[in-house]
Write a protein that binds this ligand. Structure first.
Ligand code: HAM
Length: 422
């Protein structure tokens, strides 16, 4: 047996986990600040949900799903994204019968069978939000503002917000026809996949990563050129609200998202410094999805951020190595003699009850080895439980930063520690 995590997956070990917790905290707090509540859905769903939800001509559905049959021959799929599951839950529990709009956030692992590279995994984590039941362009703006707020709180200012409108089914059909007219004469220059896409879903050709395809379709009409009046107005309003709130964006009329459900507003956030997989998040409106999955005719909008890419971006930020440090060990209790072990346990309990992160040696190391150990753990302060001091009712408190130490009465220990840590 090969003792290696499967290709495209990874472990997160300490101290890296502290960074994850920090970023997850920022995401959760920001979503709550904007009035969103958490939803948790299963990691696998009926395959059909994603076929219908994500779209059966998308790369995700045609190539990337982890689909398996369970023991009762049901076709199940590890979720490749979170939106379809949220919509399924909304319909299943008739949540739309309550207060609208419904504002949810979620996070967790997603699965796509793609070629792994920096920033691209087969199991990756997303944090996303979804709003159901409002057509207001102010909601589009809010969702984007929430995404931008997260980046600002994380100190990531080198981002680019790409914005587009992919219209409604009416204007999309007109656009589709125009695209086909333009694409048929250059069909031979398109890759094999795009020749199929041309028949099944020509909009997907725009998203193709093959350079020859991009060259063949350069200058073709964009969705923006074919927006109907309603879609045009909606897009204009979203841009106005973003402008009003000082959110800078790039109008990217070739932006096509990799999932079929989008209507109107579509957006992506890129951080170019992190390399080829620079899209750290993306989303948009999906006004037909809820009905397509079997629910009422309700609009929706949301986005998802890729956690790995967000963490990669965080590494490019000055001071990144200090992220998550607040969770590090603050106090180490060094015990001179094993006979004081029970006393050390009570003392440690007292320190921990004040909220100070603390630990001790359990392996009967020598005093010198305990100091080294405390240093390795990154403890800010070492408290020494020594024989001579105990006889005087005191303890030695050593500040590992300034290397200064003082003898303090046992009863004032926690107050002194708090003072030093403040
Ligand atoms: P998506 O653009 O497919 O959208 O994924 C969102 C983000 O997930 C990407 O921007 C990227 O950061 C991350 N991501 C995607 N695939 C991978 C991968 N293989 N490895 C690492 N990170 C990855 C959605 O999933 C939509 N459900 C977003 C949405 C929500 N739209 C509306 N509501």
């Amino acid at each position: 047996m090969e003792l290696k995590a499967p290709r495209g997956t990874y472990d997160v070990l300490p101290p890296e986990t502290a960074k994850w917790q920090y970023v997850e905290g920022v995401l959760r707090d920001t979503a709550r600040l904007f009035g969103y509540s958490e939803v948790r859905t299963p990691i696998f769903e009926h395959t059909e949900l994603f076929e219908r939800g994500v779209g059966d001509t998308t790369d995700i559905v045609t190539k990337e799903m982890y689909t398996f049959e369970d023991k009762a021959n049901r076709s199940l799929t590890l979720r490749p994204e979170g939106t379809a599951s949220c919509v399924r839950a909304l319909i299943e529990h008739s949540v739309y019968g309550g207060i609208m709009p419904v504002k949810w956030y979620y996070g967790g692992p997603m699965f796509r069978y793609d070629r792994p590279q920096a920033g691209r995994y087969r199991q990756f984590c997303q944090f996303g939000v979804e709003v159901f039941g409002s057509h207001s362009p102010f909601v589009d703006a809010e969702v984007i503002m929430l995404l931008v707020e997260v980046l600002q709180r994380l100190g990531l200012d080198g981002y680019e917000l790409h914005l587009n409108s992919v219209g409604c089914p009416k204007c999309r059909e007109i656009h589709r026809q125009k695209l086909v007219e333009h694409m048929v004469p250059v069909k031979e220059r398109l890759c094999h996949d795009c020749q199929t896409r041309l028949v099944k879903n020509p909009l997907r050709v725009i998203d193709c990563k093959v350079r020859a395809c991009q060259e063949a379709i350069a200058g073709f009409p964009t969705m923006y050129d074919n927006l109907c009046e309603t879609c045009h107005n909606h897009y204009a309003q979203v841009k106005t609200v973003l402008g009003d709130n000082a959110i800078a964006f790039i109008q990217d009329h070739n932006l096509v998202r990799g999932l079929d459900y989008y209507t109107n507003t579509a957006f992506e956030i890129h951080i170019p410094q992190i390399g080829a997989q620079s899209a750290i998040g993306g989303g948009g409106r999906y006004n037909g999805l809820i009905q397509a999955i079997g629910g009422p005719d309700l609009p929706g909008i949301g986005f998802a951020i890729g956690m790995e890419r967000l963490l990669l971006a965080l590494e490019t930020r000055p001071g990144a190595q200090r992220v998550g440090e607040e969770g590090r060990l603050q106090v180490f209790l060094a015990v001179q003699d094993e006979k004081y072990s029970a006393l050390a346990m009570r003392l440690l309990d007292r320190i921990r009850r004040t909220g100070i992160i603390s630990d001790r040696d359990y392996n009967q190391r020598s005093m010198k080895a305990q100091m080294k150990y405390a240093d390795k753990l990154g403890a800010r302060i070492v408290v020494v439980l020594g024989e001579a001091e105990l006889a005087r009712g005191t303890l030695v408190v050593r500040d590992m930063l300034s290397r200064e130490q003082q003898e303090v009465p046992t009863e004032s220990l926690t107050a002194v520690l708090k003072d030093l840590l403040a």
